[in-house]
Design a binder for this molecule. Structure first.
Ligand code: SF4
Length: 289
């Protein structure tokens, strides 16, 4: 049996960098607080916790005097920095530089829209930390649109600046842009609608590559944490391209019968799935077939 790990899968650049920063600090001091889960993957979190990382909720930030706090790749809203200053916390900012740039653009758009009674909208998942960080740049006035059919939330008589959370699906975003373009054109106000292409190019091409990879293998094992929205989306692509696809979060979830008629097995994962976990899964498959 030939087992291939998808070379295009695993941590995105931002998450990889945040973990690297966390590991450096853990090596130096042996203790670090991560504000929220550093990555939506239980195995990777456990690995870092064994090195001394502690994950804390935002509600605990106020009780964390003098601590060393890591801000993950998704970024934070301005009040996190305000609390950190008041509590004299040492911030280790591992926000992805692409997200930092996006936050600045959203803030600029908000400053431009406020005096002209305009709107800022974010195509994102409501409770996703990146979307919360972006909405914070607009004092939480930004309109959050989760799917293209929520376009009616926009008042087309007012100017609009539209951005997308970096991990949103680029085709869905395009659909939303087309609907809004039509609506603004009907009111003869296309100049009032400005949209920005902010879906991350480093991950948006993964879907097409994954579909091809799934068709090339007899069976697919897709690995991601249960909370990963990127994982759910990518696994959906696996299943539609190869019905013999299985979603697991750890090697223990594997079942021998999945490989009965398979000569080739492909292993892939979400942007939050570590490469070492994919290698462990490959090892486990070899031991059970
Ligand atoms: S998806 Fe792109 S923008 Fe978002 S954290 Fe990863 S590299 Fe950064």
């Amino acid at each position: 049996m030939k087992i291939t790990i998808d070379s295009d899968s695993g941590f995105c650049f931002g998450v990889e960098k945040a973990i690297e920063i966390a590991e450096q600090h853990l090596e130096n001091s042996g203790k670090l607080y991560s504000l929220g889960q550093i990555v939506h993957n239980e195995e990777e979190i456990e690995r870092l916790e064994r090195k001394g990382m502690v994950t804390i909720e935002h509600s605990k930030l106020n009780d964390s005097n003098d601590a060393k706090i890591l801000l993950r790749a998704h970024g934070e809203p301005p009040e996190t920095f305000k609390i950190a200053k008041e509590k004299k916390l040492k911030i280790i900012d591992a926000t992805c530089p692409i997200v930092v740039r996006l936050q600045k653009r959203v803030k600029k758009a908000y400053d431009e829209m406020t005096p002209v009674d305009g709107q800022v909208a974010l195509f994102g998942t409501k409770n996703h930390p990146e979307t919360i960080g972006l909405a914070g740049q607009t004092e939480y006035t930004a309109i959050i649109i989760e799917t293209p059919d929520e376009a009616e939330k926009i008042d087309t008589s007012r100017p609009l600046r539209l951005f997308a959370q970096t991990t949103k699906n680029k085709y869905e975003y395009k659909k939303l842009i087309e609907i809004l373009k039509r609506k603004y054109a009907e009111r003869n106000g296309l100049q009032d609608f400005i949209h920005y292409n902010t879906v991350c190019k480093l991950v948006s091409g993964r879907g097409e590559h994954l579909k091809k990879f799934c068709k090339e293998n007899d069976a697919i094992i897709f690995i991601s944490g249960k909370q990963s929205s990127n994982g759910k989306y990518l696994y959906g692509l696996c299943k539609s391209s190869n019905p013999n696809s299985y979603h697991i979060s750890a090697p223990a979830d594997l079942k021998k019968e999945w490989f009965k008629n398979a000569e080739t097995v492909g292993i892939s994962g979400a942007t939050s799935t570590p490469k070492w976990l994919m290698e462990n899964v490959a090892e486990k498959i070899r031991s059970i077939v």
